[in-house]
Write a protein that binds this ligand. Structure first.
Ligand code: 4G1
Length: 275
C-alpha cells in the first residue's frame, strides 16, 4: 500500500469572487465536481462581488484615471469580498485570474492541489481590475492563455477543474490520471470503443487481438508518432526508454524518406530548398 492509499487530505475549499457567480454554481452542479462536493472532498462557493459594495448603486466599476477606453473594476468590493472568505491559514492562496499572469500548466495544477487547502479566485470583468488588486491582493496571478475574453470566469473554471480532479477521490475511480499525456510526457495514443466498424471505418485489428504486449507496443508507437508529428517540443523532456529511442529513430528516418520521395516526384533534387 502506498501513502496515497492511506493518507487523507483536508477537503479542498474553493471560493470565487466574481460578478457572475451563477456561472460557477451551474457548472459545479452539472459536472462531476457536484459528486465530489456531495462526498465532502470539495467545498466550492461562488460569491457576488456586488454584495460587497456600500454605495446605493452598488457600483463595481468606474472610469480609468488618465482616461482611455473601457471601465475598471473598483478595488474596494474585491478586497472586502476576499477578506470575508479569507481565514489566513498557511495553506490558503489568493489567485487573481489575469492575462498578465503566469501561464497555467498541468505542473501548476499539481502544485495547487498539493500545496493548498483553500484557494480563493478573483475574476475580472470590464477592461481591467484596479492595479492594487494585482499588486496587493494576489498571492499568485494566473493566465490560461493569450486571447481576449470578456471575463476571468472561464479561466477560473479551467483552473478549478484541473486542480479538483487531482484531489484523491474526486475522479471517479483510479487509473485515468496515470496514462495521461502529461504523465507520460507524450501525446496520447488513439482510443476506440464499439462498434468495431462504423461507416466503413474499422478499429485497428491489433486492439481486437487480445494480445496485450502487441497492444502496448502499438499504443506506444502511436504516441511517439503523434508527438513527433504534432508536438516535437515534448520529446525534449519526455522520459524515453531505449526501445522508444530506437522506434523514434526509425520514425524520423521514415519521415525523412517520405520527404525525399515527395521532393523527387516534384522534380527537386538533394538539398534544394522549398519556398
Ligand atoms: C489584453 C485571457 C487583454 C483573458 C491582452 C486569459 C487579453 C484571465 C484571463 C486581454 C483573461 C489579452 C485569462 C483580456 C481576462 C479583465 C477582465 C481582463 C477580462 C480580461 C491577451 C479582459 N486567463 N481578461 N482582457 O482578455 O481576465 O485568466
Amino acid at each position: 500500500m502506498t501513502n496515497e492509499d492511506t493518507m487523507t487530505r483536508a477537503p479542498l475549499r474553493v471560493d470565487v469572487i466574481s460578478l457572475l457567480p451563477g456561472v460557477f454554481e451551474a457548472y459545479w452542479a452539472e459536472s462531476m465536481l457536484g459528486r465530489a462536493r456531495a462526498a465532502g472532498l470539495l467545498a466550492c462557493r461562488a460569491h457576488q462581488v456586488r454584495d460587497y459594495t456600500h454605495d446605493k448603486h452598488h457600483l463595481t466599476d468606474d472610469y480609468p484615471y488618465g482616461g482611455g477606453v473601457g471601465m475598471v473594476m473598483k478595488p474596494e468590493p474585491i478586497f472586502e469580498a476576499v477578506e470575508a472568505v479569507r481565514e489566513g491559514g498557511p495553506r490558503e492562496l489568493v489567485i487573481v485570474m489575469a492575462p498578465t499572469g503566469e501561464r497555467f500548466s498541468q505542473a501548476m495544477a499539481q502544485e495547487l492541489a498539493d500545496g493548498y487547502d483553500h484557494l480563493i479566485f478573483v475574476c475580472g470583468r470590464y477592461e481591467a481590475m484596479d492595479e492594487r488588486v494585482h499588486a496587493h491582493l494576489a498571492g499568485r496571478e494566473i493566465s490560461i492563455g493569450d486571447y481576449v475574453l470578456t471575463g476571468g470566469e472561464l479561466p477560473a473554471l479551467v483552473v478549478i477543474d484541473a486542480v479538483a480532479r487531482l484531489i484523491p477521490g474526486v475522479l471517479g475511480g483510479v487509473g485515468a490520471a496515470e496514462s495521461e499525456s502529461f504523465v507520460t510526457g507524450l501525446l496520447e495514443y488513439p482510443h476506440y470503443t464499439r462498434p468495431p466498424e462504423y461507416r466503413g471505418w474499422a478499429v485497428p485489428e491489433v486492439l481486437l487481438s487480445g494480445h496485450h504486449e502487441a497492444i502496448r507496443q502499438w499504443r506506444r508507437e502511436q504516441s511517439l508518432r503523434r508527438t513527433l508529428e504534432r508536438r516535437p517540443d515534448l520529446l525534449a523532456t519526455a522520459p524515453l526508454t531505449e526501445e522508444d529511442e530506437r522506434l523514434l529513430a526509425r520514425l524520423k528516418a521514415e519521415s525523412r524518406q517520405k520527404a525525399e520521395t515527395a521532393d523527387r516526384s516534384a522534380g527537386r533534387h538533394d538539398d534544394e530548398e522549398v519556398e
